[in-house]
Design a protein around this ligand. Sequence first.
Ligand SMILES: Cc1cc2nc3c(=O)[nH]c(=O)nc-3n(C[C@H](O)[C@H](O)[C@H](O)COP(=O)(O)O)c2cc1C
Length: 193
Amino acid sequence: MSKKVSIVFHSVCGNNYLIAKEFYNEFKKHKVEVQLLRVNDPNLEELAKQFTIAAQHKNEILKIEEAKVEKLYDSDLIIFGSPTYFGNVSGAMKAFMDEFSPHWPEGKFWGKKMFSFTTCANGQGGGDLCLNAMTIFGQHMGMITIPVPGDLLAGESFPAYGLVHYVGDYSNLRPSGKTILAIKAMTKRLMKI
Ligand SMILES: Cc1cc2nc3c(=O)[nH]c(=O)nc-3n(C[C@H](O)[C@H](O)[C@H](O)COP(=O)(O)O)c2cc1C
């Protein structure tokens, strides 16, 4: 069973931040050691000037501790959350992933468990491709990527590679919303392995 969990997210408009925070609060209930880390986005201040929604979340996001690869050394389970940008991870998340390169030859992250989530505009937006990009990264690092179990997928439009939240349907972020219920169910499963 995982003793230490790290949740690493990138977010500009708040969706991935809210999901990361929900995972953090769920893991806290299970009395496991958990840390929430934000991927640095050098453009966040500028984007907050352009987008009202980014300005709304900016200060809260910046209060979260910045992610550094070395802060993940002692994690048993790492959860990555990235916005889907053009059917891939965001540039900031990719830059963070590339910082793992010194650890690839030494297998520093080999055998750790990993789970992914993303948010994207809609079901045709390539959220599954973004999850796939994170999964492939994890496999390069030798991590064991955890899929969404089939029984949680039944009747839902989630890809197996991880959790997707479709932006715009805010009801899914309410306490009984589909995304929130999926986070709760997935946290319980992740606690078992
Ligand atoms: C540069 C850029 C590229 C995007 N590309 C896609 C895309 O390919 N598919 C999609 O469904 N949404 C796309 N979106 C919408 C984002 O995925 C969505 O707004 C994001 O999940 C918000 O995450 P955040 O609120 O955590 O920043 C894009 C947004 C931006 C700014």
